[in-house]
Design a binder for this molecule. Structure first.
Ligand code: SAH
Length: 354
């Protein structure tokens, strides 16, 4: 960011071919360079030993490879790892790695902060700083692969800090680079983009890249309630959102995921569950119930386990597919902006005060 130099980490094969040709190098170097940058995660041109010394010198003068700085790396007793990455301008973002038996999912951020100000979300609470560049999005994956056991990242969820569809161009380009078949980093069907419901972004993505999976943070079953916790609902109410989702070209047997953050006494009644059933039935979907991760500054409660169970059963009894998302990495503050918040309060990141 900011150097004005060509950044390999945010470039696709075509960009790189064009760039190195303009520097007088042959296009067959593209493959070599991409292997260094993306597969091996090398950001220092001087280490790219199969490139001629003179061309390495040219690259050093004219180009750059974004490499996020690891400000903190923590590992939970359940295996979850959390990274706090420092950006060039002093900001920081979080990336979480969640290993399971059959997969290892990386939760990636798309913005520093967020504009949407959802009432239950710590990221929105801290305001919006800026969009991440394509390189900064891609590099969360590259840096994580260098540090997690076996370099194993099979799935990506764009569910970290920020609203991905508010940073549409950079996010889409990052997805295109990550899913590039020649790089074989992560396949398109293993990527899920989670949105608070930015309708024009959903419609555009349906045209541009419908191969990835879509998740939508519904979080409330009526406009009246949704507006209270998600101001974006005033702009794009539930009906309009559902209309956009019905245009998403789902392959056979696939579904859209609805996320539903459960806030005790607010959206967890039997009536809420019944209304949620009526909405979810309108499209092929499944529901992820996410019990609220309590943060003292936000003023909501996690429902009791009995309430969560009852809500869950109301949905199941209506033949919906429902999961209760277990909170992972609680001992390392892996939930939603907690680590960054706690570090920035104590100050070791050197990041700007919010
Ligand atoms: N802006 C995107 C992606 C970031 S939020 C979106 O809204 O989907 C990712 C998920 O975390 C969303 O489903 C959101 O509802 C949920 N979330 C945010 N804060 C939370 C909290 N304190 N407890 C539980 N889930 C939370």
């Amino acid at each position: 960011m900011g150097s004005g130099k060509f950044d390999f980490k945010g470039a696709d094969a075509g960009d790189i071919a064009q760039w190195i040709t303009s520097l007088g190098e042959k296009p067959y170097r593209v493959k070599q360079l991409r292997q260094w940058v993306f597969t091996r995660g090398v950001a220092d041109f001087s280490q790219m030993t199969d490139i001629s010394k003179s061309f390495r010198a040219t690259l050093e003068q004219t180009s750059t490879v974004t490499a996020l700085k690891v400000l903190a790396e923590t590992r939970s007793s359940d295996g979850t790892m959390k990274f706090l990455f420092g950006l060039k301008d002093g900001h920081s973002v979080e990336t979480v790695w969640i290993p399971d038996e059959d997969r290892a999912t990386l939760c990636v951020s798309s913005q520093v902060g967020c504009k949407l100000k959802c009432g239950f979300c710590l990221t929105g609470h801290g305001g919006f700083q800026r969009n991440l560049s394509t390189a900064e999005i891609v590099d969360q994956l590259i840096q994580a692969r260098l540090r997690v056991p076996g370099g194993r990242v099979t799935n990506i969820v764009l569910m970290g800090m920020g609203e991905p569809l508010d940073n549409y161009g950079n996010v889409l380009k990052a997805i295109r680079i990550i899913t590039d078949e020649e790089l074989a980093l992560v396949g398109a069907r293993k990527i899920t983009l989670s949105t608070a419901g930015v309708v024009p972004g959903i419609l555009k993505l349906a045209e541009d890249f419908p191969k990835i999976k879509l998740a939508v943070s519904l979080n409330a079953p009526t406009d009246e309630k949704r507006e209270k916790i998600m101001p974006i609902n005033k702009k794009y109410p539930i009906n309009e959102l559902m209309k956009a989702l019905s245009k998403w070209p789902l392959p056979r047997g696939r579904r859209i995921t609805f996320e539903y953050v459960m806030l005790g006494g607010f959206n967890d009644s039997d009536e809420d569950a019944k209304k949620l059933v009526a909405i979810a039935r309108r499209i092929p979907s499944k529901i992820n119930l996410i019990p609220f991760n309590p943060c003292p500054e936000l003023g909501y409660q996690r429902p009791s386990d009995e309430r969560i169970e009852r809500f869950y059963h109301t949905l199941i009894d209506s033949h919906l597919t429902v999961f209760i998302r277990q909170s992972r990495g609680q001992d390392i503050l892996a939930a939603c902006g907690q680590l960054r918040e706690s570090l920035e309060m104590t100050g070791p990141t050197g990041g700007p005060a919010e």
